[in-house]
Design a protein around this ligand. Structure first.
Ligand code: NAD
Ligand code: UDP
Length: 329
């Protein structure tokens, strides 16, 4: 892998929105390890202070409760603003459609204003969902996507597309130094057990010995990336002079049914498989083309998916305990 930084994070002042969420908590930790001072701004809409409790005593870490759709607190002297705040699980954003649209639109503009004020680099955590139910496979950054603009998932997909458009406009019109990451399905410890995403849902069901709820016939595909790999891509993008968009994901593609069988095997569970209705507009395939991230960021995922799943199973097993009673993670 090539050298990590065109600019150094050691001593940098970085604000992370959504820092008390799943990906954000790993990102804050990595930034602190790189020597940055980190302001973690979160409304705890879908995240929790528990996810960053292990960082609380680190002197360069500050946790601030705020809804970035109302405005972003300004600690002063920022070098980088990383905007991750947004419900990311379909269960969460379908339950909170207006908040999701607001944080993608108004929230993103507030974060860009903050970056502009400080001459800071701005990184947007966008998503593979901008490709919708894709007609091109695997998905390259040049693909414009296939999104139903009024379907239930549109609050997330179009919110992120609006966020990308806003980011591109601030770059063009105001010269803000921006980078857009299109993150593909990411998994690992500290996902909320109740957020409905496929990995925590299946692992939890397998640990409880309950049927794994496979949507549709399970032939739809996803490509799962270990969280520390995704975070490494975000950090590289923060340090690079690269506007993106850049796909960040693991290009190992699997069907949801295969994933269910793998997880049952890894847990050693007696769970069966139950087929449940496919959610509306659920993408049929998803796999990143990661050539751009390889070439421009020197990035590639390093963790084998099965190894990541094993670590996730171990973490969740410890969390839920022998009786399977799961506190909110
Ligand atoms: P998450 O739900 O665990 O984290 C999102 C965080 O944002 C939460 O802590 C939540 O409380 C916070 N938040 C939401 N709205 C807010 C607001 N208005 N103001 C302040 N904080 C707010 O989700 P995640 O999986 O960690 O995703 C993080 C980011 O990465 C999201 O922007 C998501 O769209 C993007 N992403 C994630 C994945 C993935 O597979 N995890 C894939 C693609 C894109
Ligand atoms: N899925 C499933 N059972 C579940 C949760 C999800 O079969 O309990 C499917 C879902 O329909 C989708 C895939 O797994 O096809 C990935 O879903 P997830 O919510 O993790 O993320 P998405 O890629 O849809 O944003």
């Amino acid at each position: 892998m090539t050298a990590l930084t065109e600019r150094a994070l050691d001593g940098a002042r970085v604000l992370v929105t959504g820092g008390a969420g799943f990906v954000g908590s790993w990102l804050c930790e990595r930034l602190l390890d790189e020597g940055a001072a980190v302001w973690c701004v979160d409304s705890f809409l879908t995240g929790s202070p528990d996810k960053v409790a292990h960082l609380r005593d680190r002197p360069d870490f500050t946790l601030v409760e705020a809804d970035v759709s109302d405005g972003v607190p300004d600690p002063g002297g920022l070098d980088v603003v990383m905007h991750l705040a947004c419900p990311a699980s379909p269960v969460h954003y379908l339950r909170r459609p207006l908040e999701t649209l607001r944080v993608g639109s108004v929230g993103t503009a507030h974060c860009l204003d903050l970056a502009e004020r400080h001459g800071a680099r701005f990184v947007l955590a966008s998503t593979s969902e901008v490709y919708g139910d894709p007609l091109e496979h695997p998905q390259r950054e040049s693909y414009w996507g296939h999104v139903n603009p009024i379907g239930p998932r549109s609050v997330y997909d179009e919110g992120k597309r609006f966020a990308e458009a806003t980011t591109a406009a601030y770059r063009r019109e105001r010269g803000v130094d921006t980078g857009i990451a299109r993150i593909f399905n990411t998994f690992g410890p500290r996902m909320s057990l109740d957020d409905g995403r496929v990995v925590p849902a299946f692992v939890h069901q397998a640990l409880l010995g309950e049927p794994l709820t496979v949507a549709g016939d399970g032939s739809q595909t996803r490509s799962l990336c270990w969280v520390e790999d995704t975070v490494d891509g975000l950090v590289r993008l923060a340090c690079a002079d690269e506007p993106g968009p850049v796909n960040l994901g693991n290009d190992t593609e699997t069907t949801v049914l295969e994933l269910a069988r793998t997880i049952i095997g890894l847990v050693g569970s007696s769970s069966t498989i139950e087929f449940v209705p496919l959610p509306e507009d659920d993408p049929k395939v998803r796999q990143p083309d990661i050539s751009r991230a390889r070439e421009r960021l020197g990035w590639r995922p390093l963790t084998d998916v099965d190894e990541g799943l094993k670590q996730t199973v171990r973490w969740m097993h410890e969390l839920v305990g022998p009786d399977g009673a799961a506190p909110r993670a």
